[in-house]
Design a protein around this ligand. Structure first.
Ligand SMILES: C[S@@+](CC[C@H](N)C(=O)[O-])C[C@H]1O[C@@H](n2cnc3c(N)ncnc32)[C@H](O)[C@@H]1O
Length: 251
């Protein structure tokens, strides 16, 4: 069973994307700067000054859609694409109704009811969600001023195949934002397709360096930065990770 189709994943990602500080991390000693990851992918990586007036954005591997909605603060049309049917159904519900009720784990079998809410000021009419495979996207998606790939590449069986399509999706001067904690696992990606995290011919391969090789010469590397994020498993268990965000400008 694909984890991203499970009840547990829906609840974890709804909390991850929409959960309040009080609900997610009611501990004063917790890593508060790891909250609001999907919004920070946009606020800390996108340069709004580079966008045309009617910008188009694509959020590849959008999950339950928070970053897709956040992109709509700056872009008049945003498409969120994900392979998980249930994530896309959930994101579609949020687009239509602005909120969704769900149940999340507190401890063991004990659960609580929560409500994920899209911030009121975001124009949800700008956003659409669809199922799709990032390694085999429909050919008529068009081109975009922004493409965001947040924590996607290390969940693909063939990330290179996905990245090879990207130059054709980004308009000249457009921005590509790639974030990943580079958690390469054979469960998702056969080792021969890892972009980093292993040795080849006695050389240590780092994912950012491979991204530079793949994305050059179509893109100019702009900058990289650390983006911490926190996924709550239950009231007393969290995954704290540090994604590396890299930002690229289409030549
Ligand atoms: C680690 S999650 C990251 C989700 C979201 N971007 C975020 O930052 O919270 C990986 C996402 O990629 C999606 N995914 C996995 N394989 C995919 C594929 N081939 N095409 C599109 N999405 C895929 C999963 O369903 C999941 O939503």
């Amino acid at each position: 069973m694909n984890f991203y189709e499970t009840d547990r994943a829906i609840a974890e990602y709804l909390l991850f994307h929409y959960g309040s500080r009080e609900l997610l991390l009611p501990y004063a000693f917790g890593p508060l700067n790891a909250l609001n990851f999907p919004a920070r992918c946009v606020t800390e990586c996108l340069d709004p000054a580079r966008l045309p007036t009617s910008a188009r954005a694509l959020d590849l591997g959008c999950a339950v859609g928070r970053a897709t909605f956040e992109l709509a603060r700056f872009c008049s049309q945003v498409i969120g694409v994900d392979y998980s049917q249930r994530f896309i159904e959930t994101a579609g519900h949020l687009q239509k109704h602005g909120s969704i009720d769900f149940e999340y784990i507190e401890e063991g079998e004990l659960t609580r009811r929560g409500r994920a809410i899209v911030p009121d000021e975001i124009n949800r009419q700008r956003v659409g969600f669809e199922e799709g495979d990032a390694m085999n996207l429909r050919i008529d998606l068009g081109t975009f001023d922004v493409v965001l790939m947040a924590n996607l590449i290390d969940r693909l069986s063939n990330p290179l195949r996905c990245l090879q399509r990207i130059p054709g999706l980004v308009k000249s001067g457009g921005q590509l934002i790639v974030t990943s904690p580079y958690t390469w696992l054979e469960q998702y990606t056969p080792k021969e397709n890892w972009l980093g995290g292993l040795e080849r011919d006695g050389q240590q391969i780092k994912t950012l360096e491979t991204l530079k090789l793949i994305l050059n010469p179509a893109f100019e590397f702009s900058f990289a930065k650390d983006l911490p994020f926190l996924i709550r498993e239950h009231a007393r268990k969290f995954q704290w990770s540090v994604a590396e965000a890299s930002v690229w400008i289409r030549k």
